[in-house]
Write a protein that binds this ligand. Structure first.
Ligand code: 3EB
Length: 331
């Protein structure tokens, strides 16, 4: 059995002591276990639920700090927070969503300080109505303000050194954030085909998004590659408006470019080696997206498709990835 971190998607049950974190994708009741997250997005093509688990060897400790639940071993911490936007009030300075986003990240950084896991590696952000207008500013843009403010307040790197991330929309529910943090700093990887998101110009909102295109973490003999949500963006512009097939090809060209950079950083992986999560805006586009992934050599057994809103209205698909490179070289 592989050591270190593994992502198990919809597979057999394993001893729960090895579960660092878990999230179930699909519509259904909220789990009673606070260490189990539900991401309320329909699974494609047929609904149902898929359980994703981050597994580690050895003992896992768990704890709660305020509204944040976490599990950790000596190297990695998985945490999650769920906030009700209705608990915040829009005022002259900030929308309720901006405040909730900042509060979620402030709690996250408090927990990292308390547990001594200083480095954010990967964040998964899910917000209701991501493309909806929220009184003059798109809700994703409100989220970006609150997130960046919290990074700055915590003195965490928010340009180079920001974590890998994704931000997707749900139909309704709470603001949901889960993340992986580490004792050791990850290396961040940018995409030469894309402007770094933290340098996006103002036309995409008053604050740029706070994420790196990928992060690479060495744990013992493993190199872990976390590829952020990736879409049909070249430079900073969305390409192939209205054409989901072309958008999927462009997205995969971006992921291939990141794989080239990862290889140069000592983590050679192929698309077929990766666990992929594929967010499709319109469920009827699922067959077209799947066909492009197959043509590029993705491993169908490692692809999880869900329906979600992507953070620019014209983007029809977004793909994120995780891969592990085992090496004999322990340096
Ligand atoms: C993009 O490239 C598409 O705000 O955390 C991808 C990954 C996207 C992460 C985020 C947004 C985020 O800009 C959107």
């Amino acid at each position: 059995m592989a050591r270190g971190l593994r992502l198990l998607v919809g597979g057999p049950d394993e001893q729960s002591s090895g579960v660092l974190g878990q999230a179930v994708y699909g519509l259904g009741p909220a789990p009673t276990d606070p260490f189990m997250l539900r991401v309320p997005m329909p699974v494609l093509p047929e609904g149902g639920e898929v359980l994703t688990r981050w597994l580690v060897n050895g003992d896992v400790r768990e704890g709660q700090l305020g509204g944040l639940h976490y599990r950790c071993n000596d190297e990695l911490l998985f945490g999650s927070i769920r906030l009700r936007e209705a608990d915040y009030c829009t005022n002259d300075q900030a929308s309720a969503l901006q405040q909730a986003s900042e509060a979620a990240y402030r709690e996250l950084f408090c927990a990292l300080a308390a547990t001594d896991f200083p480095h954010l590696v990967r964040c998964w952000n899910y917000l209701p109505g991501i493309n909806r207008d929220g009184g003059g500013l798109e809700r994703y843009r409100q989220f970006n303000i609150g997130r960046q403010d919290a990074f700055i307040a915590a003195s965490h790197a928010y340009l180079d050194g920001a974590p890998a991330a994704c931000a997707l929309g749900t139909d309704e529910g709470d603001l949901l954030l889960y993340f992986l943090a580490a004792r050791c700093a990850p290396q961040t990887i940018e995409n030469p085909r894309q402007l770094s998101a933290y340098f996006y110009p103002r036309e995409y909102g008053p604050r740029s998004p706070t994420f790196s295109r990928a992060s690479l973490l060495q744990l013992g003999s493993q190199r872990l590659l976390f590829i952020s949500g990736t879409a049909s963006i070249v430079g900073h512009e969305s390409l192939h408006r209205g054409d989901v097939t072309a958008q999927t090809h462009e997205t995969l060209a971006n992921i291939e470019a990141l794989l080239t950079s990862a290889a140069a950083a000592g983590c050679p992986l192929r698309l077929a080696d990766l666990e992929l999560k594929v967010f499709v805006r319109h469920p009827q586009d699922y067959p077209a997206v799947r066909a492009v992934l197959a043509a590029h050599g993705a491993n169908a057994a490692r692809c999880l498709y869900v329906q979600a809103d992507v953070c620019r209205e014209e983007l029809l698909v977004e793909i994120e990835a995780f891969g592990v490179r085992e090496s004999d070289d322990e340096t």
